[in-house]
Design a binder for this molecule. Sequence first.
Ligand SMILES: CC(C)(COP(=O)(O)OP(=O)(O)OC[C@H]1O[C@@H](n2cnc3c(N)ncnc32)[C@H](O)[C@@H]1OP(=O)(O)O)[C@@H](O)C(=O)NCCC(=O)NCCS
Length: 177
Amino acid sequence: MDFSKFVQIQLTSDTEIKAFKCVEDDLNAFLFDDAKHFQKELMAVTFLIEDLQEDVTVAYFSLLADKITFNSEEKSVWNRLNRNIPNPKRRRNYPAVKIGRLAVNEIYAGKGVGTFVLDSIKYAFTTAKRLGCRFLTVDALKTASLFYKKNGFEFFTDLDKDEDTRLMFYDLKNFCV
Ligand SMILES: CC(C)(COP(=O)(O)OP(=O)(O)OC[C@H]1O[C@@H](n2cnc3c(N)ncnc32)[C@H](O)[C@@H]1OP(=O)(O)O)[C@@H](O)C(=O)NCCC(=O)NCCS
């Protein structure tokens, strides 16, 4: 896939959103009906990936502030997560950015676009240092959890293993090497 023909823009109240459809109706509806309201209320910012050669939205994602908090029921995850953090910097909370929504147009699915989008988010919070944050988090749809696993995300807990979505995290330090 030639990603050089893609451009990333931030959604504004004036943006004319180009055609988009993925397999999850809720995510289609969010883009066209809710994304601008979330932005206006400072609850999430949305970015669009457009194809310069086609009149379509290739993918979109929304980001919001988050934190990872110590849970005494999940000591083993916390110990694993802390192992990468030097002793003096260990806390009971760590700054994070949540991927509130991420979807790829079904025309472009399975061609590495989702991975490209995740890499651009990882880049923005590591190399480009847009904000001090250590982890990415996502409430991953069960159907998408393998996609996140393949991109280095881990489950935070087993307690949500029967839910429709599962909390997953990615340690951005793994992208900094
Ligand atoms: C999930 C989604 C974002 C993946 O985007 P994509 O561009 O198709 O993914 P990529 O091509 O970068 O795939 C990377 C790897 O993940 C795998 N993968 C992608 N989607 C997957 C899925 N739903 N289930 C299992 N594996 C998946 C690919 O096979 C690929 O594996 P490989 O590296 O071994 O070849 C996209 O299919 C989508 O928008 N789905 C509908 C909306 C959705 O579920 N969003 C997530 C909400 S939490």
